[in-house]
Design a protein around this ligand. Structure first.
Ligand SMILES: NC(=O)c1ccc[n+]([C@@H]2O[C@H](COP(=O)([O-])OP(=O)(O)OC[C@H]3O[C@@H](n4cnc5c(N)ncnc54)[C@H](OP(=O)(O)O)[C@@H]3O)[C@@H](O)[C@H]2O)c1
Length: 263
């Protein structure tokens, strides 16, 4: 199947590792040109070189902290300076702490909304004028299944995810006339560094062997396993392509069957 991604320009936030890097690599393997952003410049360079080495794609990068109000505009300006346009935005920057509701301080709520929610909103706002002018755009946000099924100990990130699903639908309605489609992917637990840190913390505090910790962790997932980054990247690449031209304002959940709902 030809996804018609040859020569398209994809800007990927959270692009130096985890799900963002997997999405960037898959988009590049389908012929897209890539612009990555995250804070860690060294890791950005390493990932950019790896992607361009394996796919032959042209890859640019810029290190910024997306919680800073001007960062989204600066990244979009740099990507347009390098490639002349942006066809695809993949939002994957995010990191959030959890905890028991009455023990979670204001700052954790604030940090969750500053990064996951506000950075995504600002990135969308920054790319849309160019996409409107060219009459074409694909925006895919990696949100999370907690936005629909909130675990009581993950409410700051789950709330930011729920808010992003609202923006995904409302914004999709607004920009569809300009040839821009806006969708989201909701992963369940997926094997990235962030998940490795969570499992390591459980292992250290419980003193149990890692294979037992992981078995326990996935015991409530119908498929009894975590997702793999490539599984999320495949969905994102599909939603970023012309194969998804008739889908907008939706989210696709990929969580091994964890979400108990009909839609
Ligand atoms: N993995 C999962 O199980 C899972 C499940 C559901 C949803 N998600 C969502 O998927 C997204 C990606 O998750 P992941 O597992 O790939 O996480 P990850 O491995 O921790 O990667 C997070 C990415 O965000 C970047 N980032 C963090 N803070 C930033 C900031 N202030 N400014 C700019 N970039 C920043 C990181 O790079 P730097 O640190 O260098 O900035 C990194 O590239 C997140 O939004 C997460 O909530 C993940």
């Amino acid at each position: 199947m030809d996804l018609h991604l040859d020569g398209k320009v994809a800007l990927v936030t959270g692009g130096n590792r985890g799900l963002g890097a997997a999405c960037a690599a898959m988009l590049a393997s389908e012929g897209a040109r890539i612009f990555l952003t995250a804070r860690d410049d060294e890791k950005l360079t390493e990932t950019a070189q790896a992607i361009s080495g394996s796919s032959g794609a042209e890859v640019g990068a810029m290190a910024v902290d997306l919680t800073k109000p001007d960062a989204a505009d600066a990244v979009v300006e740099a990507a347009i300076k390098k490639f002349g346009r942006i066809d695809i935005l993949v939002n994957s920057a995010g990191a959030s702490k959890g905890g028991v509701f009455w023990e979670v301080p204001d700052q954790v709520w604030q940090d969750s909304f500053d990064l996951k929610f506000m950075a995504t909103v600002r990135m969308m706002r920054a790319v849309i004028p160019g996409m409107r002018a060219q009459g074409y755009g694909r925006i895919v946000s990696i949100v999370g299944n907690t936005g629909k099924q909130p675990p009581s100990t993950m409410l700051p990130s789950a709330s930011a995810n729920a808010a992003l699903l609202v923006v995904t639908k409302g914004l999709a309605d607004e920009v569809v006339k300009d040839g821009i489609i806006v969708n989201a992917v909701n992963p369940g637990p997926t094997r990235t560094e962030r998940m490795a840190t969570i499992l390591n913390n459980i292992q250290q505090s419980s003193g149990r062997p890692m294979d037992e910790v992981e078995k326990d962790f996935v015991s409530n997932i119908p498929m009894k396993r975590m997702g793999e980054p490539e599984e999320i990247a495949r969905l994102v690449t599909f939603l970023a392509s012309d194969m998804a031209a008739n889908l907008t304002g939706i989210s696709i959940t990929a969580d091994g069957g964890s979400t108990k709902a009909l839609a």
